[in-house]
Design a protein around this ligand. Structure first.
Ligand code: ZN
Ligand code: ZN
Ligand code: ZN
Length: 387
């Protein structure tokens, strides 16, 4: 069997080498003994190796003053060699070895040159962390995200291109769903179609498909159900997955009429939606280098509050996106962090009237040198369709 080469660009191998070097520099600058990176997006970001988290330990050890070492179970070694996109020394362990002790031994090499502070990746399972802690008495543990966030938050041109391709693919799926039949089908059935179409449009992962019809549209994270879609109601469609490792996440709100104008959106819904659209557009327009993340949230919230819907917008305005569907920076009150060129995040205000209906509009936006670069470009207006 032959596997077709992916039709999307890949991050060049040299980029992983640079990222590893930058992390090694940060380990030195911060006086850490080591950064220990378990399986997950941090490992992918640093080495290109995408592995399954398992009870058997796989761990990248970036020890102060030493070359990075990838510790892998012997049976995973071929997969690790095939998955690594940069040249990293591999240390294997056999089934009867103690891999946590092996990592502790590597960290021990830094003793005397560095503090006893060890940074560890956020996604490492506690079963591994507890054993590592047992093997390195006296060490102080911190989150590796404190160092890695500076790298991961700012996307390079290749990462932005993958986010753009993922966004464009999700946009095509939104358009396909909005143009198709909806009335008389269950939310679950439409959600299955969304997942199939995301894969057909080049995603390797169709992660979520929120299809929230009628009163369900008032629940931001509604799980697609067996409810049958009816004429004369809204549908919030929030879909996404990953393409080339990078996430898509977009929301559009439709209204299905069954082809009868008498089933069109109510005046109240049109008003609610107009307020939401104004908030989403204004928050996006506020994006520029130097603005605080919370100021973008405030921009959306001020407009929604001003129209009396403040209590009906009960989640943050957005989240960062990249190798993870939700990552830093978060556009939320209290986050004074300044946006910088290359940061990528959602702008997704919503207004929800519990028990009745709701709406959300979501785009992925990159902070460009002079303002926003919007990666989702399906029309944002309320899309009134026959369904
Ligand atoms: Zn959400
Ligand atoms: Zn979403
Ligand atoms: Zn989102």
């Amino acid at each position: 069997m032959t596997t077709a080469a992916p039709d999307h660009p890949r991050i060049p191998g040299a980029r992983y080498t640079e990222r590893l070097e930058r992390l090694a520099t940060l380990v030195g600058e911060r006086g850490l003994a080591a950064a220990l990176i378990g399986v997950g997006p941090d490992l992918d970001y640093l080495t290109g190796y995408r592995a399954m988290p398992l009870e058997r330990l796989t761990m990248l050890a970036v020890v102060a003053g030493e070359a990075p070492v990838l510790v892998v179970p012997r049976l995973e070694e071929p997969a690790a060699r095939a998955g690594l996109r940069t040249d990293v020394e591999i240390a294997t362990w056999m089934e009867t070895d103690d891999p946590h002790g092996l990592v502790a031994g590597l960290v021990e090499r830094a003793r005397g040159r560095a503090s006893a502070t060890i940074a560890v990746s956020d996604r490492l399972w506690s079963v591994h962390l507890l054993r590592l802690q047992g093997a390195t008495p006296g060490a102080r543990w911190v989150s590796a995200t404190e160092a890695l966030r500076e790298l991961r938050m700012v996307k390079d041109a290749d990462e932005i291109e993958l986010l753009r391709l993922a966004g464009a693919a999700a946009d095509r799926v939104v358009d396909q769903i909005a143009s198709g039949r909806l009335i008389g089908r269950t939310e679950e059935d439409v959600a299955r179609e969304v997942r199939t179409r995301l894969l057909a449009e080049g995603h390797e992962l169709a992660e979520f498909a929120i299809v929230a019809s009628g009163p369900n549209s008032a629940s931001p994270h509604h799980e697609a159900s067996d409810r049958v879609i009816q004429a004369g109601e809204p549908i919030v469609l929030d879909i996404g997955g990953a393409l080339g490792g990078y996430g898509s996440d977009t929301t559009r709100t439709l209204w299905v009429t069954g082809g009868d104008d008498a089933n069109g959106p109510t005046e109240e819904f049109r008003h609610l939606f107009a307020v939401l659209l104004a908030a989403q557009v204004a928050a996006t327009a506020a994006v520029r280098p130097g603005i605080a993340a919370e100021a973008v949230d405030r921009t959306a919230r001020d407009i929604i509050d001003g129209e009396g819907y403040g209590e009906n917008f009960f989640h943050r305005t957005g989240h960062g996106i990249g190798l993870e569907g939700h990552e830093e920076p978060y556009l939320v009150a209290g986050n004074g962090e300044s946006l910088a060129e290359g940061m990528a995040f959602s702008v997704e205000p919503g207004i929800y009237l519990p028990g009745r209906y709701g709406a959300r509009i979501e785009d992925i936006v990159v902070c460009g040198p002079d303002g926003p670069v919007i990666l989702n470009n399906e029309p944002r207006e309320l899309r009134v369709v026959a369904g």
